[in-house]
Design a protein around this ligand. Structure first.
Ligand code: AHM
Ligand code: MG
Length: 334
């Protein structure tokens, strides 16, 4: 059977798009190369001295793991030199990362979470890299924060790399969702999941139920619905929670289901949810919608939220359409 590499797929897509210049394809190829390097390090993490904390604290007040730092620096290093970006934003950096004057600037904006689910690194559980790409509106000049704070519906591409039992890349450019699996023997991502569609209703709910005491009544009601034998399935959903959004989302994307990270009152800093709108919720929401699913904060479509801060947090309900609609219905009731 002929096997299509991700680069071939991107080139085919590029030929079909009259606006395409090849720069976008090169940008994705730079991301792919970075992910291959990260994947290699993740795979040997237990063998060399890359596990554990660096001793530093990142912008979110979390301890930085060594692999996070490695993934972040690889992505920044390659992307700054790509000549394709005008600015970069990482979950690990407080401010925008500018392209130094001695490198060429392009017209794309890249936002990423270098290693999502990092609390799982030391225990050999799947983690991932998430990316979101916008095109610059202004023609030239320095990039302001306002140019970056845009609704997710304006993304031109989004995706993730999942470092699991295999390394996978799943992405969308607004023309469906495609999945590729890294064949380590040839070092290429090969098309393994063409035009992924999420089932309309799922059988799985994914949420950190340890937060139950900190949820409001509506949230408790919504989650209880999935566990109830009298829900629309007439039997409780199966609970699956890895604690690594890329992995939880990916499973639900393929099998159907809903991933939830509601707001809670556990920590006042996280009172509007834990996950970040721009580097986590937006790219996943773009993929979910392109696969026929939905993503909301309980009330609003994620992709319609106007960000006011780079590291803004948001409640997230994402996955199969009917499951997300159910949550919206419960939040919408008086
Ligand atoms: P991170 O980007 O610091 O890894 O945090 C995001 C992760 C998600 O992958 C996951 O869904 C969530 O945090 C898990 O949080 P919790 O441990 O509170 O359930
Ligand atoms: Mg993250």
């Amino acid at each position: 059977m002929p096997q299509v590499t991700v680069t071939e797929q991107l080139l085919i897509h590029q030929k079909e798009s009259p606006m395409a210049t090849g720069r976008f394809t090169r940008l994705l190829n730079e991301l792919i190369l970075s992910a291959k390097i990260i994947s290699r390090e993740v795979n040997k993490a237990g063998l060399v001295n890359v596990l554990g904390f660096t001793g530093e604290t990142n912008v979110q007040g979390e301890k930085v793991k060594k692999l996070d730092e490695f993934a972040n620096s690889i992505l920044i290093y390659r992307m700054q030199r790509s000549g394709l970006l005008c600015t970069i934003s990482s979950e690990e950096n407080a401010d925008l990362i500018q392209v130094p004057d001695n490198f060429r600037r392009g017209d794309y904006i890249l936002i990423f979470d270098p290693l999502d689910g990092s609390s799982n690194i030391d225990v050999n559980v799947s983690i991932g890299t998430i990316f979101s790409i916008f095109r610059r509106i202004e023609e030239d000049g320095p990039v302001s924060l306002d140019e970056v704070l845009r609704k997710g519906s304006q993304q031109v591409a989004a995706g993730y790399f999942l470092y699991g039992t295999s390394t996978m890349m799943v992405y969308t450019t607004g023309d469906g969702v495609h999945g590729f699996t890294l064949d380590p023997s040839v070092g290429e991502f090969l098309l393994s999941h063409q035009n992924i569609k999420i089932p309309e209703s799922g059988k799985v709910y994914s949420v950190n139920e340890g937060n139950y005491p900190y949820w409001d009544e509506k949230t408790r009601e919504a989650i209880s619905w999935f566990k109830s034998p009298s829900n629309s399935r007439k039997k409780p959903y199966t609970g699956r929670y890895i604690g690594s959004m890329v992995s939880d989302f990916h499973r639900n994307l393929i099998y159907g289901g809903i991933f939830m990270y509601p707001k809670d009152s556990k920590d006042s800093k996280l009172s509007s949810g834990k996950l970040r709108l721009m580097c986590e919720a937006n790219p996943m929401a773009f993929i979910a919608e392109q696969a026929g699913g939905m993503a909301t904060d309980g009330i609003n479509r994620i992709l319609d939220i106007e960000p006011t801060e780079l590291h803004q947090r948001v409640p997230l309900f994402i996955g199969s359409k009917n499951d997300v609609l159910k949550v919206q219905e419960i939040y919408g009731q008086n």
